[in-house]
Design a protein around this ligand. Structure first.
Ligand SMILES: *Cc1c(COP(=O)(O)O)cnc(C)c1O
Length: 426
């Protein structure tokens, strides 16, 4: 149980303190391989847990609706200046509560209900907010979807089908073209999208929710200055608090700010904005560039080792922090759901994921998505990635053997002990 992190809760609310302590224990004794997760620094956690949670700050710095915002203004300005410098942007909005609200704000600010938006299909690697019928985005706008090219033996398939993007853009004349994915292990070059958007007079939005930290760390091309608007989450590879942000040029600044407040949200979470400021500073340090590099090296090492275990890699490999496995090559009958649950019992946390043209439903799936951002933060390197691949192979060859799962669980515990993400917390 963490004394530092639960502090006064220990005596005032032992029930919640116990749960928080158990969650800390789970995070440090099991492997965190969910590609969208990370371990934030104690400084980010401290800012998130600060008294700024008490403050109402509807509006923007210098133009608030309530009094007493002198320090809220200061911290939000600091966050905006830091993130603009980090990515080279003209304008920043750091108020989105999440990546989903950032995306919705762009649609709300720059399109009309019913307008056509071109984006990646969910089952090909896109996100719910890219027009899924169950999302408000899909209910409000007319989404047209592109996907990836077919898989092939050489491993050069399953890439974003830019010819299809161009054809659909010419035919459908979308108001907005969206680049960005939630499950795709390749670099996304923003330039071809820019050309297509210019040709058809569309706005180009780049959803960098996943690669934001890789962009800040210099290992993924920067879409800022190429795209009209860039949205991202602050909690994935960027390693900040849960939340979102939007970067754009001056031309769109007013529409974007108005869409976030008063369009979509009420008061901003200034404590989270303070934590975003902390994370933006951390991401601007030279050590963060090394971190981003190691995230990629670890993903490549994990992918190579899993391929040797007999798993097919979707797209044939990885160029970012993700590894996407097609389980059918390993075991035709093994579903993503069964695999995820067996791995969970063995202390290996990841998520099932549809692979392109998956015959199974999104609830069952034929794939797994893995990511290296969190365990790289904890200090793991390529040797640990090879160990993890072997442990995963053992689990997935023995999904019904609880004894074997328990043995792997103990080995995972030993591995995690040597790489504690919070070594200074009891
Ligand atoms: C994670 C993600 C989002 C949404 O982020 P939330 O903070 O979960 O709302 C949006 N787009 C993409 C591509 C994502 O991967």
């Amino acid at each position: 149980m963490s004394v530092e992190m639960t502090g006064p809760l220990l005596s005032s609310d032992p029930e919640v303190a116990r749960i928080l302590g158990d969650e800390l224990d789970r995070q440090r004794t099991t492997l965190q391989l969910i590609a969208s997760e990370n371990f934030t620094s104690p400084s980010v956690i401290a800012a998130t847990a600060s008294v700024l949670t008490n403050k109402y700050s509807e509006g923007y710095p210098g133009r608030r609706y309530y009094g007493g915002n002198i320090f809220a203004d200061e911290v939000e300005d600091l966050a905006r200046e830091r993130v603009k410098a980090l990515f080279g942007a003209e304008h920043a909005n750091v108020q989105p509560h999440a990546g989903a609200s950032a995306n919705l704000a762009v649609y709300l600010g720059l399109a009309e209900a019913g307008d056509t938006i071109l984006a990646m299909r969910l089952d090909q690697g896109g996100h719910l907010t890219h027009g899924s019928p169950v999302s408000i985005t899909g209910k409000t706008y007319r989404f047209v979807s592109y996907g990836v090219t077919p898989a092939n033996e050489e491993g050069t398939g399953e890439r974003i089908d830019l010819d299809l993007v161009r054809d659909l853009a010419r035919r459908e004349r979308p108001r907005i073209i969206v680049a960005g994915t939630t499950a795709y292990a390749r670099i996304i070059d923003p330039k071809p999208y820019r050309e297509i958007a210019d040709e058809v007079g569309a706005i180009f939005m780049f959803d960098a929710a996943h690669p934001a930290g890789l962009i800040a760390g210099g290992v993924h091309p920067n879409p800022v200055g190429v795209a009209d608007v860039v949205t991202f989450t602050t909690h994935k590879t960027l390693r900040g608090p849960r939340g979102g942000a939007i970067l754009c040029n001056q031309e769109h600044a007013k529409a974007i700010d108005g869409a976030i407040f008063p369009g979509l949200q009420g008061g901003p979470l200034e404590h989270v904005i303070a934590a975003k400021a902390v994370a933006f500073r951390e991401a601007s340090q030279p050590e963060f560039r090394d971190y981003a590099q190691r995230v990629l090296e670890n993903a490549r090492a994990l992918a190579d080792a899993l391929s040797k275990e007999g798993f097919r890699l979707v797209t044939g490999g990885t160029e970012n922090h993700q590894v996407i496995l097609d389980l059918r090559s390993f075991d035709e009958g093994l579903t993503g759901k069964v695999a995820q649950e067996a791995l969970d019992r063995a202390g290996i946390t990841c998520n099932r994921n549809q692979i392109p043209d998956d015959p199974r439903s999104p609830f069952v799936t034929s794939g797994l998505r893995l990511g290296t951002p969190a365990e790289t933060t904890a200090g793991m390197g390529v040797n640990e990635m090879a160990t993890i691949a072997k442990l995963m192979g053992r689990v997935l060859r023995n999904v019904e053997d609880e004894g074997e799962l328990a043995r792997v669980r103990e080995e995972v515990r030993g591995l995690c002990q040597a790489f504690d993400p919070y070594p200074d917390t009891k």
